[in-house]
Ligand binder design. Structure first.
Ligand code: PEP
Ligand code: MG
Length: 559
């Protein structure tokens, strides 16, 4: 039987299915407590405190394993433990005689349901934080938890669940877990992002999994085409095992790679912390094509001053061991708050004061950042700086004014992200004013298609393989002419994008670190002159079906 969902981390995995129980599958017979409310409240408090300690520990594991961005996601769960809108109704339910585990479960399901129904994607994601925290607290109360289910696994395991929380994903034992399949989730849900960082083939949105499969069955997960095969035939298992083995043994390639027809391609990694940069170097990245500086700001208590920033950027550049690093200036907005920067609530934060718009409202903050980056560039060659969310030349003029006020002369090369559609129409003009461009396909796709990248109901619409998005990507490359352009959105790491990006003329990509060995190996096997005619046809595609046909041809031409 084949279930189809969305592949969120490429690769094939074969293994025995281990189905996890529901997040809050509580024994509802314990709805009423046998203990007094006072005793129940003591149990609740100690479970909450034990959970707090666990979250702090897990934050450190996430920082070491995945970097600061993910550590911040986990740490945000402490906010739930302290939130009176979550805690007070639980205490009230216990006061009415509910057992502590039933009170936590029922209140959390209710709060998560309310959050999930909101239009704001940021708040929607908080629903999974609430369930993650609830699961942890209930685990302490009942002595049963998913961490137990996830420990002591043996053999080659495929984890199946209705939903995986970020905690579950971070806790996966990578020596046995080969793949992930879930019934819900989106490309941009935290568990999916973490799966990609860890390089575990994963499929989300495989509706009907729990009804169709049972633990112990053999399963193939194909994160490239988004399928999950339950009880596959012997030939499929053999083919999938060969493909899985080939991928897991990809050697790290430290040098810059060249295609079969002699075209050099730079494969860099995206990063958000010095630890991320160390990982990228271990995976053989040629540099850091996008360093997101916002996580430094999000973690700090107030705004980091010039010296704190310099210390951090210097650690980043040192970790890169001489490889180039492109720092992106602060890219936050109403959806990603930062302590110390006032951001009034907006009706529509994704069309609001975010990225460079916000930075230009706080020029002193941007000046500090430029000064810290200039100091870093004075110590490390190969530092570049780019600005996010630019929509017109005037913003670049303003940025230059701020830069001139902050530093006497530019000591780094300077570029801009291309992620707002208006700038695509000005690429010919903008390349006269910058040293390089970097295409942010995540936002560019969302704004071109007017589809929120995190909205699960619009997943069918949000795709970089839309014929219009592909034409836009080609146009950017052609209009940039001699100016270097790299692609740093998630699309750069999509297994189907490599041939078409090279065919369009892109020579620089920045991807999630674990993907670097795979992409470098595929570049080496590629013959760009053979795929160019298919890419030309692809750029004339009218409908998704035309694109799909060309993608099949491209994968055949690549093989
Ligand atoms: C993008 O928009 O593609 C991008 C790389 O920026 P971010 O994902 O940080 O918004
Ligand atoms: Mg962006």
């Amino acid at each position: 039987m084949i279930l189809t969902g969305t592949g969120v981390c490429g690769g094939t995995a074969v293994g025995t299915l281990v189905l996890l129980s529901g997040l809050l599958d509580l024994d509802r017979t314990t709805k009423t407590s046998s203990s007094s409310s006072e005793e129940s409240l003591i149990l609740l408090r100690s479970a909450v405190e034990a959970s707090r300690v666990e979250i702090e520990e897990l934050t450190e594991t996430a920082r070491a394993r995945l970097g600061s961005e993910h550590a911040a996601i986990i740490h945000a769960q402490v906010l739930v433990l302290d939130d009176p809108e979550w805690l007070d109704p639980i205490v009230e339910a216990i006061g009415r005689g509910a057992s502590p585990e039933a009170a936590v479960g029922l209140v959390s399901e209710e709060v998560a349901g309310l959050l999930a129904a909101l239009a704001d994607e940021y708040l929607k994601e908080r629903a999974s934080d609430v369930l993650d925290v609830a699961q942890r607290v209930v685990g302490h109360l009942t002595g049963r938890s998913r961490s137990q289910e996830l420990s002591d696994l043996r053999g080659d395991v495929i984890i199946g669940a209705h939903e995986l929380t970020p905690t579950d994903t971070i806790n996966l034992d990578l020596s046995v877990v080969r793949g992930i399949v879930t019934e819900v989730g989106a490309r941009t849900s935290h568990a999916a992002i973490i799966a990609r960082q860890l390089g575990i083939p994963a499929v989300v949105g495989a509706t009907g999994l729990l009804a169709a499969a049972t633990s112990g069955q053999l399963v193939i997960v194909n994160g490239d085409d988004g399928t999950c095969v339950i009880n596959p035939d012997a030939a499929s298992v053999k083919a999938a095992s060969v493909s899985a083995a080939a991928r897991s043994h990809r050697p790290v390639i430290t040098e810059r790679v060249v295609t079969r027809d002699g075209i050099g391609v730079t494969v860099m990694a995206n990063a958000s912390s010095p630890e991320d940069v160390e990982r990228a170097v271990r995976f053989g990245a040629d540099g850091i094509g996008l360093f997101r500086t916002e996580f430094l700001y999000m973690q700090s208590d107030g705004l980091p001053d010039e010296m704190q920033q310099f210390t951090y950027y210097d650690a980043v550049a040192t970790a890169a061991e001489g490889r180039p690093v492109t720092f992106r200036t602060l890219d936050v907005g109403g959806d990603k708050p930062v302590p110390g920067l006032p951001m009034p609530a907006e009706e529509n934060p994704f069309l609001g004061v975010r990225g460079i718009r916000l930075a230009l409202q706080h020029r002193a903050v941007l000046e500090d950042q430029f000064r810290a980056l200039a100091r870093t560039a004075a110590r490390h060659p190969g530092i570049s700086v780019m600005v996010p969310m630019v929509s017109g030349l005037e913003e670049l003029d303003d940025v230059r004014e701020v830069m001139a006020a902050a530093i006497p002369e530019a000591v780094f090369s300077f570029g801009t992200m291309v992620e707002v559609p208006s700038i695509v129409m000005l690429v010919r003009e903008i390349v006269d004013e910058v040293d390089f461009l970097s295409v942010g396909t995540n936002d560019l796709t969302a704004y071109l298609l007017a589809a929120d990248r995190g909205n699960r109901d619009l997943e069918y619409l949000y795709t970089e393989f839309h014929p219009a998005v592909l034409r836009v990507l080609h146009r950017i490359r052609v209009h940039a002419d001699e100016t270097p352009v790299s692609v740093c959105g998630e699309f750069a790491g999509d297994p189907r994008s490599l041939a078409l990006l090279l065919g369009m003329g892109y020579r620089s990509l920045s991807v999630s670190a674990p993907l670097v060995p795979e992409i470098k190996a595929r570049v080496r096997a590629m013959n760009v002159s053979a795929i160019s005619p298919v890419v030309e046809r692809l750029l004339k595609a009218r409908r998704h079906a035309d694109v799909d046909r060309c993608l099949v041809e491209l994968s055949e031409a690549e093989a």
